[in-house]
Design a protein around this ligand. Sequence first.
Ligand code: HEC
Length: 421
Amino acid sequence: MSEQNAWKRRASEVVFVGCVAASMAACGAEPESAPTWYRDIQPLVDRSCAACHDGTGVGRVNLRDAATARALATTMAARVEAGEMPPPALDPSCQPYAGADRMYLGAEERARFRAWADAGAPLGDPSEATSKPNGLAHIDDPDLVLEMPEAHEVTPDDDGNEYWCVVLDNPLAAPTWIKALEAVPGDPLVVHHIGLYRDAGHDAGAGYGVPPGTKAFSCRNPVLELDWQLLHAFAPGVSVMELPKDTGIRLDPGEQIVMQMHYYSPKPGALDRSAYRMRLATEAPKAEVFMDVFGPVPFSIPAGVSKHVERSVITNEDGPTTIYGLLPHMHLLGRSYNAWIEDDAGAGACVARGDYDFHHQALYVFDKPLQWQPGQRLVTECTWDNSATSKGQSHFPPLDVAWGEGTNQEMCFMVAYLSRP
Ligand code: HEC
């Protein structure tokens, strides 16, 4: 176990035996002490699994359904023990963030999954159910829903990728600030990412050479190629983003709002109609938040190398900057992610640190915003495994992998929420 996981090790020193008894032998001897679905397992599933396993998310199987969970009890225990579920997340001891408790299971909680499976996955007494569905997973009372006007038939290229932009109707009559955002992928099995952009130029397609007024068109790399401003990035595993108190993302009447879809599907024909749900405020917040992207571009990861590191170092030349949160982004070969602030005087801060899994790209909002002062450097560092045995390897033997938006290429980005006075 690496040093950065030391806090997890601490958690594992807490012992749980499925019942509050003095000795494990005493617990095992009493059948009613075995964990039950309603009392012991459902609350964990709702807290730490439901965001992806509610039947609509990337986890495919609906573990909130008791019958499905019972059928998968042994697999659940094995995946949890292997540390694969829930997938790795950033280490909150580097920078505490909202919802960290949902991202990890403690040792006693992992043991509970095993004890439940070993006991035959009993349901127990429904009157003991305490669980509420994961309240953070959805915005149930949106002020605004922006949906693709019609379903798009996914038509991937030879590598399985399609990049598709849709201009959404902007119904706003006055400046408005986004307080919370949720992407709702239409077909979660083919949506690799969604970028939500705004374009004050009133004709978003102009940069792609399509006739004026075109509302849907093929598009790549808007974040690098165009003057669109990124509002939100969704990737598998990202759930609702709540903006910190007294902050908001500004939207203006008349500007175009664009959803850039990256679809990844081995075969054509999937139908996707994705949407965004938002909670809004009409009063200006103290700080207007915007998104910016940092990371090394371009690079190449040599074939066969099991630990390849790339890094970008950016000195703040724009004035005092507050960092509210970030989304680490790599593709399938990405293994770990590191970011920090440093300066010559030895000051700085840990920004992000943790193992990386493509299927768990949470957007992290820090408990306390970070200050990035003029002259300080923001370092973003990614590590990949491009060996033949790498999880996520798609080439046998491995090939050099270039930077790019394709799922079979790689990226290293920090998509960060910032404000400047
Ligand atoms: C951030 C998303 C996410 C979270 C949270 C998550 N999973 Fe998963 N899970 C996935 C994805 C994606 C897959 C499919 C890929 C795979 O099997 O690795 C999966 C697969 C599984 C499978 C295999 C299902 C099958 O068809 O055999 C099990 C079992 C599982 N997860 C259990 C859990 C449990 C238990 C939790 C909570 C403690 C959890 N997962 C939390 C994303 C997630």
